[in-house]
Design a protein around this ligand. Structure first.
Ligand SMILES: Cc1cc2nc3c(=O)[nH]c(=O)nc-3n(C[C@H](O)[C@H](O)[C@H](O)COP(=O)(O)OP(=O)(O)OC[C@H]3O[C@@H](n4cnc5c(N)ncnc54)[C@H](O)[C@@H]3O)c2cc1C
Length: 367
């Protein structure tokens, strides 16, 4: 019988399995479809900077811890698998566009910069003329910009492949096509989970089912309000690559990959578990991209896709033990930040499960 059964093979479940197997635990991970092909594959791989220096909110502390962990986490995965996940410190440029509504962009913009600096994040500000000199590809609608030199990115499909190899190297049993429908309990313990026709018994159970988690855990009486929030992405080919840093405009962004591809994201839509692209979603993203970088009108359209972010409503993930059960943990609801927060989530689950000192305050652990 495995020490731990992990349900859900996205970046969260795979990172947890890899971390726990690294401690010598026998781990089995159950995935209803194909490993790493849901939200984690669809994401853009942005890893924004954070700092633990003055982070006050649980979200900022998680971001700060994740930012600190990524370089070593990535190195360790690369050296144990030989697979390059494309992790780089590419820098970021946060910009604002002229708005017909006459919002008070100036005040908001300065408040944002101050907030980040107070937290301990490195922010570089320059005049717009200086920014345009450094980034001449920016369109005339750009009115404000600041740089985040510590912004990083990872090629998430490659990272997921590396995690699968890493899990295999550490002896994790990986079962795909295993749809967990029933959770069998006795007293305050889970005895087994039923996946397709097989019963999987384990000592501890970790539920990392992404956007499906709310539905799955309802049978345990857990009221985790996690729902799918669709995000569409368009992939362009722009050779030569017009810029290097990730460009963000609030919740929309352009992520340049080193091979000349540019990801344009993303929408936020409530459409249940429907992952289809829409004409409105794709055309909106194409308009946005050309407004920020007009020369992208000549880029080639490669493809588009969509994924289902696990949205918790509070914006905070749920990481920790499920109440009323002595051997059940949850790690879900990471919304827009699951790739970024995957290393710290895996470490927190390991610390809680092995009763080690938990390095972040409790309010960071349970959403
Ligand atoms: C368009 C888009 C852009 C994004 N960009 C970024 C970004 O730049 N940076 C960032 O950090 N995050 C980003 N995200 C968010 C990030 O992708 C998610 O937060 C993260 O992938 C969540 O990981 P997960 O493992 O919880 O979920 P998933 O990757 O969805 O994995 C959950 C897995 O559990 C399986 N599962 C569910 N129920 C069961 C069951 N009953 N039995 C067995 N298996 C089950 C599912 O099949 C799935 O494979 C983005 C998301 C989208 C959609």
């Amino acid at each position: 019988m495995p020490d731990v059964i992990v349900v859900g093979g996205g970046v969260i479940g795979l990172s947890i399995a890899w971390e726990l197997a690294g401690q010598g635990l026998a781990v089995r991970i159950l995935e209803q479809g194909v490993f790493g092909r849901e939200s984690s594959w669809a994401g853009a791989g942005m890893l924004p900077p954070g700092s633990l220096v003055n982070a006050r909110t649980p979200e900022a502390r998680l971001r700060g811890a994740a930012h600190q962990m990524w370089p070593e986490w990535s190195d360790s995965l690369t050296s144990s698998t030989g697979m390059d996940n494309g992790f780089i410190r590419c820098g970021g440029l946060e910009v604002r566009l002229s708005s017909a509504e006459g919002d008070d962009v100036e005040t908001e913009f300065h408040r944002e910069v101050e907030g980040l600096r107070l937290e301990g994040v490195v922010v570089e500000t320059e005049s717009l003329a200086q920014v345009r000199q450094r980034f001449p590809m920016l369109g005339p609608d750009v009115t404000h910009a600041y740089s985040l030199p510590d912004f990083c990115q990872v090629r998430n499909p490659r990272h997921l492949q590396a995690l699968q190899i890493g899990c295999a190297v550490r002896g994790v049993e990986m079962v795909s096509g295993a749809v967990v429908r029933k959770i069998v309990t006795r007293g305050d313990r889970i005895e087994s989970v039923q996946a397709s026709d097989t019963e999987h018994r384990g000592a501890e159970f970790v539920f990392a089912g992404g956007a499906w988690s709310g539905e799955l855990l309802r049978q345990l009486g857990a009221t985790l309000l996690i729902e799918p929030l669709k995000g569409q992405i368009v992939l362009l080919q722009a050779i030569p690559l017009a810029f290097r840093p990730v460009i963000q405009v609030g919740r929309e962004y352009l992520v340049p990959r080193s091979d000349g591809r540019i990801l344009v994201g993303s929408t936020e839509e409530r459409s249940g578990f429907d992952k289809r692209n829409t004409a409105e979603g794709v055309s909106g993203l194409l308009r946005f991209a050309q407004r920020v970088v007009p020369s992208l009108k000549d880029a080639h359209f490669e493809k588009c896709w969509a994924g289902l972010r696990p949205y918790s409503g509070s914006g905070k993930p749920s990481i920790g033990r499920l109440p009323q059960l002595s051997n059940a943990l949850v790690a879900a609801g990471h919304f827009r930040y699951g790739l970024h927060l995957s290393p710290i989530t895996a470490v927190l689950i390991r610390e809680i499960l092995l009763q080690q000192t938990v390095q972040l305050p409790e309010e960071c652990c349970v959403g």
